[in-house]
Ligand binder design. Structure first.
Ligand code: GLN
Length: 454
């Protein structure tokens, strides 16, 4: 803990930590020492973590990197952080992210961007998003691991951009209680770690049934670490042909082939599969996620949380809502709220939202059919490229940024577990990751396949 606190103070020119909590960290570390001395150390005893700013932490600023939550200190602890602290973990502070987890480059944060610790010449690169602070902090050794959340790729894409491991569990495996909601039918929290083994251990501490989240599954949490045997002989790995996109960089193709070879060499059988509705995933996601976001973000009204705009004489409640939300939400969040309210509006509900829900069911069915045909895991690239430069997308259309999520959103739409594993470097020496997608509730098996790739 001391080493991490020193590293954060000395080295966080990256902008990863937005609130540091050294007093809490030292208190938790002392308690961990006592538990160690007493001989009853739980699995994360004394392990210093960074916590994404999306998690509510009792008495500690939790802003979801938004100005509208300025000054908000929750009265309660999220289930995930409560379980991590119960397992002996230490909180070093809160980590930067895209505002309300909307973004793929950490550039929509009210705190400003995060710099990827990986450099290419003198170019500053994005660590990805929305869990960019989590990814950068782990990759730069400012903490041993971090929490992330993933609605459409926000754990897996930043993990791939920074050369670390990130797993999005099956929807319902980890409680969403106390995590600021973005798109509730897609959101899942998961660990971001240096190794697959760390991810297995940390996921075990984050997962489990929680009566406070009605979508949390009442299933026992298996020993994920025990699943890491490295034995995948006879397992069937699906390679989905629809993920071979036009214009895919040769380096990504090469990486995918290398990963396929590693799994084959370990005794797995490689099979070509088809997930025919893949091409509809991105537009489906960018209807469903904003729709749910517009509803979830209605609660930021200037009354219940954080910021309230200064009002002029004669302003009524409508002006208070309008001014507060115009000042408090950044451009990307406003765009999502506008899209979401549009696709949910009476005249367009059937054409957009209802249509998207139906296509979502087809995307899910593609995966179900592949698993029913005997596929155990699916291997794809995690991202269409290595980390891009900070500011590089500033003048691009928002859709170009959304294209980053092309390989990851399918997994959230289908509610499946997905993991990003660092597998190689590109010609410029930047990390590249592959994604493995598993059967629902089979995170242990998924982690074991990732263990072979690591
Ligand atoms: N980049 C995607 C988005 O902006 C995913 C974000 C996430 O997973 N939280 O919606």
């Amino acid at each position: 803990t001391m080493a991490c606190l020193t590293a954060i103070d000395a080295g966080d020119g990256l902008g990863a930590f937005v609130h540091k909590t050294p007093e809490i960290a030292l208190e938790q570390a002392r308690a961990a020492d006592a538990r160690l001395a007493a001989g009853n150390a739980p699995s994360l005893c004394g392990i210093p973590l960074g916590i994404k700013d999306l998690f509510c932490t009792k008495g500690v600023a939790s802003q979801a990197a938004s100005n509208i939550l300025k000054g908000f200190k929750p009265e309660y602890e999220s289930t995930v952080t409560a379980q991590l602290f119960g397992a002996g973990a230490v909180m070093l502070g809160k980590l930067n992210m895209d505002e309300f987890a909307m973004g793929s480059s950490n550039e929509t944060s009210c705190y400003g961007p995060v710099v990827n610790p990986w450099r290419c010449d003198d170019r500053e690169l994005t660590p990805g998003g929305s869990s960019g602070g989590s990814a950068a902090a782990v990759a730069a050794d400012l903490c041993l691991a971090a929490t992330g959340t993933d609605t459409g790729g926000s754990i897996r894409q930043p993990a791939a951009f920074t050369g670390i491991v990130g797993i999005k569990p099956t929807y319902g495996r980890v409680s969403r209680w106390g995590i600021v909601a973005f798109a509730s039918s897609l959101d899942q929290a998961g660990p971001m770690t240096k190794t697959v083994r760390d991810a297995a251990i940390m996921l075990g501490c984050m997962a489990g049934h929680d009566p406070k989240d009605s979508t949390s599954a009442d299933l026992a949490v298996p020993d994920f670490e025990a699943a890491l045997t490295g034995d995948i002989r006879g397992r069937r790995i699906g390679i989905p042909r629809e993920y071979r996109m036009d214009g895919m960089p040769a380096e990504i193709e090469k990486l995918w082939a290398a990963g396929t070879a590693m799994l084959r060499d370990a005794g797995a059988e490689i099979v070509d599969i088809s997930l025919p509705h893949t091409k509809y995933a991105l537009p489906t996601y960018y209807v469903v996620a904003p729709a749910e976001a517009s509803s979830n973000l209605a609660r930021y009204d200037g009354v219940r949380y954080g910021h309230r705009a200064k009002l002029a004489a004669g302003d009524g409640i409508t002006e208070m809502y309008e001014k507060t939300r115009a000042e408090g939400f950044g451009a990307e969040v406003q765009r999502r709220v506008m899209i979401g309210t549009y696709v949910l509006s009476a005249g367009f509900y059937d054409a957009y939202y209802n249509r998207a829900r139906k296509v979502r069911a087809l995307i899910k069915r593609d995966f179900e059919q592949a698993f029913a045909a005997g596929v155990d895991a699916i291997l794809t690239p995690a991202t269409p490229s290595a980390a891009f430069g900070l500011g590089e997308m500033a003048n691009a259309s928002p859709v170009e940024m959304y294209l980053n999520d092309v390989f990851t959103v399918t997994v959230n739409l289908a509610g499946l577990p997905g993991i990003a594993v660092p597998v190689g470097l590109d010609a410029q020496g930047l990390p590249l990751g592959l994604q493995l997608i598993g059967r629902p509730w089979e995170e242990g098996d998924l982690l074991n396949h990732a263990y072979v790739l690591e």
